[in-house]
Design a protein around this ligand. Structure first.
Ligand code: AMP
Ligand code: ZN
Length: 469
């Protein structure tokens, strides 16, 4: 296992990855605002941070992975009013839809999914603490954070205060003192859900929820805080200001940001209307093709989405699947033996593992990691063509294949032989035995039975192949 290096947005440098508490890693990735189906852009952080998490687990870390659900927000409230339902009905509905897509994409479930509505006391307590410490002020039921009171405001986005300030002037509210100040608490408006607080009825601003949840579920300092590049400012900058003003400790040791998924070189976003939902694209190409497409670039690079590129991702994935299936078949048809693994197989499997590890250890380069799996595919295909491999060699190839693809969350055997009913595989085994005993009439009979159950059986160079009719 190699030493891991990660590019830290905070320092703008590649740094050695050394978590705060040995093998424990606290990782927080900002989650969705649940008011619609997620689009491909939203799927990018889901998939890339899932690969990072899986690689850290593989490297022996115990990862506590936190994702919040923003279930109180202007957009949710607007949609609820349009549909004449409660805001919670909208958020609950889209949390269910989120899980369908996230599970479909092969994203591991987070350790915890805290919601704003379930953490209101903790949010209010943090806002009150910031008021007590003089970092925040109340004005007519709103509470604002005084950005300039926090020494170091702008350190994450690396922007001079003047630039940030002139950018923020566009949405100056009457109630805040400075353009860069931001809302921690908003006074209730008619027709909006609200909660009691020391400042009257209201609801939290957006940024405060992440500071609250990360402290609640991971303590003062996270090892990794992740999200898309668009969150760097103001969201993450404001999280830093709030949390560090409250605790006096760094909010996160490493800040990781994924690049944009673009369409015609413009960021895919709900507000621009240039988006495709994950659901629609999955229907056409499959969830696994989306995942493969999203992780086939380095997480920090921009990716441009086109039909052609996802089709090519699907074709690459198929190449991997075909190789894995051929391997599976060869294993099933090879006789058990205690034969040794040849130097050739030892070497190419070790090289694939080594190259994969080097790629992932160097700032989680999934693009190069995928290239190392394709090297393995080439070597395995050559081995299978030669038809000289013993069972131990085949098993070794399969194990390395599964280990590496598993770290990237690619389940290549998902739509393979696993779904074939046991009744059919039992009949196929009996047929192979009958053929070995040269009982061809029984073998034909068994083939017919398999056909009646809806499956074709075919003898290939790697052995028996069963497919649905
Ligand atoms: P949102 O619901 O807009 O807060 O987005 C949820 C997550 O998706 C955040 O981490 C965003 O940074 C990320 N995200 C949104 N759009 C894109 C995009 N086009 N490319 C990459 N990441 C995105
Ligand atoms: Zn956040």
């Amino acid at each position: 296992m190699q030493n891991i290096k990660a590019y830290n947005t905070l320092s703008r440098k590649l740094e050695d990855f050394t978590p705060l508490n040995g093998k424990k890693v606290n990782m927080y990735v900002c989650g969705p605002t649940v008011y619609n189906l997620i689009h491909l852009g939203n799927a990018r952080p889901l998939c890339v941070f899932d690969c990072i998490r899986r690689y850290l687990i593989h490297a022996g870390y115990d990862v506590n992975y936190i994702t919040n659900f923003t279930d109180v927000d202007d957009k949710i409230i607007r949609k609820a009013n349009e549909e004449n339902v409660k805001a919670s009905e909208i958020s609950e509905k889209y949390i269910v839809e989120f899980f369908k897509d996230s599970d479909g994409l092969g994203v591991m479930r987070s350790s915890v999914y805290p919601k704003v509505t379930e953490n209101m006391d903790a949010i209010i307590a943090l806002v009150a603490k910031l008021v007590d410490k003089g970092f925040a002020y109340e004005n007519e039921g709103d509470v604002y954070f005084s950005a300039l009171k926090f020494d170091g405001y702008g350190k994450l986005s690396h922007m001079p205060i003047d630039d940030l300030s002139s950018g923020a002037r566009v949405d100056v509210s009457e109630k805040k003192r400075e353009p860069l100040d931001f809302a921690l608490w908003k006074a209730a408006k008619p027709g909006e859900p609200s909660w009691d607080s020391p400042w009257g009825k209201g609801r939290p601003g957006w940024h405060i929820e992440c500071s609250t949840m990360s402290e609640k579920y991971a303590g003062d300092t996270l090892d990794i805080h992740g999200g898309g590049q668009d969150l760097m400012f103001p969201h993450h900058e404001n999280e830093v200001a709030q949390s560090e003003a409250a605790t006096g400790k760094p909010l996160a040791k490493y800040w990781l940001h994924n690049g944009f998924l673009n369409i015609d070189n413009t960021k895919m976003s709900k507000s621009l209307g240039n988006f495709f939902t994950v659901r629609d694209v999955a229907e056409k190409y499959g969830y696994d093709a989306i995942r493969f497409f999203l992780i086939s670039a380095h997480y920090r690079n921009p990716v441009n989405y086109t039909d052609k590129l996802i089709e090519s991702a699907k074709a690459s994935l198929e190449r991997m699947k075909t190789c894995r299936e051929a391997l599976e078949m060869a294993v099933a048809n090879a006789a058990s033996s205690s034969e040794k693994i040849s130097e050739e197989v030892e070497n190419f499997t070790a090289k694939a593992k080594q190259d994969f590890d080097s790629a992932m250890a160097f700032d989680f380069n999934t693009a190069d990691a995928i290239a190392s799996i394709f090297e393995l595919v080439t070597s395995v295909n050559i081995l299978l063509t030669k038809q000289t491999a013993n069972k131990n060699e085949l098993l070794k190839c399969a194990a390395v294949f599964d280990e590496l693809t598993g770290i990237l969350g690619l389940d290549l055997r998902d739509n393979g032989s696993e779904k074939i009913p046991k009744e059919v595989t039992d009949l196929a085994e009996a047929r192979t035995a009958a053929k070995k005993e040269k009982n061809f009439s029984l073998a034909d009979e068994l083939r017919e039975k398999i056909k009646i159950l809806g499956y074709n059986i075919e003898d290939t160079r790697q052995g028996v192949k069963i497919t649905k009719i």
